[in-house]
Design a protein around this ligand. Sequence first.
Ligand SMILES: [Cu+2]
Length: 134
Amino acid sequence: MPNEHNWVRPLICLTILSIFMTMGCARQLQPQKVETPAQPAPTVDQAIAAPSPITNKPYPGVGIVKLINHKEGWIEINHEPIPDLMPAMEMEWSVQKRSLLDHVSVGDKVNFTIVDTGKAQIITELKRMNEQKK
Ligand SMILES: [Cu+2]
């Protein structure tokens, strides 16, 4: 076994690895559905933009209702930035009680409260913003 050829193997491994990494990047460039936070190892900047929520703390939010699923008990809201929780985006949340969905419709501007239970983020309060009153 010639010792002087031992460097060849790691070099081949490295080449194969970089090919796989390139393929991985190419896959990320393909169009993805909204709301797939599947990227591993967030950079420091992303961590600051989306701080980890404090469990059981209510976070108030404002947004426009996009979709309501009464059967499964969730709602999709295009929401404004939620301070200390997340930037503006469109996303779905489960509701604590399905009855919360009874008083809102698609297109409504709503006030809501998000609570992170430790397992999931859920909507505990949901109210249509009253546009008739001044
Ligand atoms: Cu969001």
